[in-house]
Design a protein around this ligand. Structure first.
Ligand code: FES
Ligand code: FES
Length: 149
């Protein structure tokens, strides 16, 4: 058994040692907001926070993050109904198909935690997520709005 702390809750999972965290989150824990895109650390759809840092969960083993604080999109808002980024995402109509958006939001949240007022360049460097719908400009505007909120 592996003990994970997901969104502040301790969970015990029974997975093979080579199971990526993404599969543990989706299939063992049942939190399906974190998406599978490429499986090779490229697209960012699977981004979660581990001890506050944005990490591509397809590229880390569940066993290697035992005892660390894992936050998924379901845990982003904590005590509020929505995180300020989620409100800004709605205000700026960021999502199109929506598939990449939870990963995009998690990357954006980690950026704001590190840099409360990021520049366009900071955003472009930090948000390397792939969005096939091309929502990058709207996401950038929403991040700036959330930074001021
Ligand atoms: S599914 Fe993890 S980076 Fe694409
Ligand atoms: S909103 Fe469709 S892939 Fe990003």
């Amino acid at each position: 058994m592996t003990s994970l702390i997901v969104n502040g809750r301790a969970v015990e999972i029974d997975v093979d040692p080579d199971t990526p965290l993404l599969w543990a989150i989706r299939e063992q824990i049942g939190l399906t907001g974190t998406k599978y895109g490429c499986g090779i650390g490229q697209c960012g759809a699977c981004t979660v926070h581990i001890d506050g840092v944005a990490v591509r969960s397809c590229s880390v083993l569940a066993a290697d993050v035992a005892g660390k604080a894992i936050t998924t999109i379901e845990g982003l808002a904590e005590n509020a109904a929505q995180h300020r980024l989620q409100r800004a995402w709605i205000d700026h109509d960021v999502p199109q198909c929506g598939y990449c958006q939870s990963g995009m939001l998690m990357a954006a949240a980690a950026l704001l935690a590190e840099k409360p007022h990021p520049s366009d360049q900071d955003i472009d460097e930090a948000i390397s997520n792939i969005c096939r719908c091309g929502t990058f400009q709207q996401a950038r505007e929403a991040i700036h709005a959330a930074a001021k909120a």
